[in-house]
Design a protein around this ligand. Structure first.
Ligand code: PEP
Length: 245
């Protein structure tokens, strides 16, 4: 694990105002001094309202900014309340999370996710595609079918796959404090990597300063998508540090 290139994606969800940016200097300074910083990619995905000020704050740092979703339409248009990939790029986003389960639960399907991914890639954003099974699907033992379908349909007719990172986030693990058993997680990541070659695969779901000690030992994981714990700079730094101890 120690010499591996790792991603740490912070998903702030619908949390944070301008004052939430005040502690970012801690992460900037930590990363500058951290010996392993050549092997780390940190991406902050704040709410849309903070992308611009955060990009300014992180200018000349080793940290990138991303968005949490985008509208599927390439062009400007009458879509009240929506923001497309071009607009996100314009305010400093380099990445965008697409297919998060919180949005799938609100009706986003694989077909829509596929259009969103194409639209994001077109303007040069890198995509973090979230996939994951619900607890019911897990109980029915159809996790592999669900993940295969989400990836297959999500990436349908997409050529430049090297700009896409997959984040495996079991829905039952997000925000619950429950993480998969290490051997299950290893096997699921292995399944994804074998079936869909050459993807970086991250894990997301209740990663925190304690369970990172267990998660970091699963050596086919290429990084973490971190929700709750990423909103606290100290906890976020702690997670990164512990990954490398
Ligand atoms: C997420 O929402 O992507 C996530 C991983 O959340 P949490 O870490 O809070 O479970």
């Amino acid at each position: 694990m120690t010499n591996k290139y790792m991603y740490f994606i912070a998903n702030w969800k619908m949390y944070g105002g301008l004052n939430s940016l005040n502690s970012l200097h801690k992460v900037i300074n930590f990363l500058r001094k951290f010996k392993k910083n050549n092997f780390i990619k940190i991406v902050y995905c704040p709410p849309h309202t903070l992308i611009r000020p955060m990009s300014k704050k992180l200018k000349n740092s080793l940290i990138n900014v991303g968005a949490q979703n985008c509208h599927e339409n390439d062009n400007y248009g009458p879509f009240t309340g929506s923001v497309n990939a071009k607009m996100l790029k314009n305010v400093g986003a380099k990445f965008v999370i697409i297919g998060h389960s919180e949005n799938r639960l609100r009706g986003e399907n694989n077909k829509l996710i596929n259009i969103k991914i194409k639209s994001a890639l077109k303007v040069g954003l890198k995509v973090i595609l979230c996939i994951g099974e619900t607890s019911v699907e897990k109980r029915k033992k159809i996790t592999k079918q669900i993940l295969s379908k989400q990836i297959k349909l999500g990436l349908d007719k997409i050529k430049n796959k090297n700009k896409i990172i997959i984040a495996y986030e079991p829905v039952w693990s997000i925000g619950t404090g429950i993480i998969p058993k290490p051997e299950d997680l290893f096997n699921t990541i292995n399944f994804i990597k074998k079936k869909f070659k050459n993807f970086k695969v991250l894990y997301g779901g209740s990663v925190n300063t304690k369970n990172i000690n267990e998660l970091k030992l699963i050596d086919n994981i290429d990084g973490f998508l971190i929700g709750g714990a990423s909103q606290d700079s100290k906890k976020f730094i702690d997670i990164i540090k512990k990954t490398y101890i």
